[in-house]
Ligand binder design. Structure first.
Ligand code: AP5
Ligand code: MG
Length: 220
């Protein structure tokens, strides 16, 4: 299955991506995670991306598209994938269509939209904590670890993302409305869009997501 998750910052894309990717048995590819790994390793790609990420702006398409093209050419992604955070502009979506046609003579099966309002997004992002080792996502109130600041899974240190400051969150929401929201109509027009209510407990959202994917060929 070739699947894209779309939704505003804080909709729960990263939280749901792991569960859904395991369920449909495809690799999870998160452009935000790849950029953050490059920023912490100090690579040229990371240095290039950091200034945009710190402002909450999108990294330029030419940088992002090359990175995704390379990742999708790796063997584990040839039979299917779950993309989290890409595409997020119409040119990225058009290029993704081209890449799939060229590399695997294939198309996207489904685009799953996580629907959440902006007040909920702000509550979620301001309390988010992420594990430095395994990238697992926690929330200080909605999904707290057993010990504050420590990941339950591998005891890694939890950190707050630099772009989860109030001013940057505001810009990220504006950037989503301006540049990413047009993808909803783009994919609806291709008949591959399905939206779900992404509020309520994490497990309930996962169940809704998996139910929605059944209509697009995911197994039980
Ligand atoms: P990226 O990392 O993709 O960030 P984003 O889209 O802003 O989304 P987030 O990761 O903030 O939110 P999420 O939907 O994953 O929510 P999460 O599951 O963490 O991108 C970061 C930056 O990289 C961009 O700004 C840009 O600069 C660059 N970039 C990346 N891709 C790019 C691209 N394609 N083109 C150009 N630039 C790109 O959940 C949030 C919180 O809510 C967590 O604390 C979680 O525990 C909690 N939560 C989740 N679900 C629930 C629930 N059901 N109930 C209560 N709390 C919940
Ligand atoms: Mg994320």
């Amino acid at each position: 299955m070739r699947l894209v998750l779309v939704g505003p910052p804080g909709a729960g894309k990263g939280t749901q991506a792991q569960f859904i990717a395991e369920h449909v048995d495809v690799p999870k590819i998160s452009t935000g995670d790849i950029f953050r790994a490059n920023v912490s390793a100090g690579t040229p790609l990371g240095l290039q991306a950091k200034e945009y990420m710190d402002r909450g702006d999108l990294v330029p398409d030419e940088v992002t598209i090359d990175m995704v093209r390379n990742r999708l050419a790796e063997p584990d992604a040839l039979q299917g994938f779950l993309l989290d955070g890409f595409p997020r502009t119409v040119p990225q979506a058009e290029t993704l269509d081209d890449i799939l046609r060229e590399t695997a003579d294939s198309k996207l099966d489904v685009v799953l939209e996580l629907v959440v309002d902006s007040d909920e997004v702000v509550r979620r992002l301001s309390g988010r904590r992420t594990c430095r080792r395994c990238n697992h996502i926690w929330h200080v109130d909605f999904d707290p670890p057993a010990v504050e600041g420590v990941c339950d899974i591998d005891k890694g240190e939890l950190y707050q993302r630099d772009d989860d400051k109030a001013e940057t969150i505001k810009n990220r929401l504006e950037v989503y409305d301006d540049q990413t929201a047009p993808l909803i109509a783009y994919y609806a027009g291709r008949g591959v869009l399905v939206g779900i209510d992404a509020t309520g407990p994490v497990d309930d959202v996962t169940t809704r997501a998996i139910d929605a994917l059944r209509g697009f060929g995911a197994d039980d």
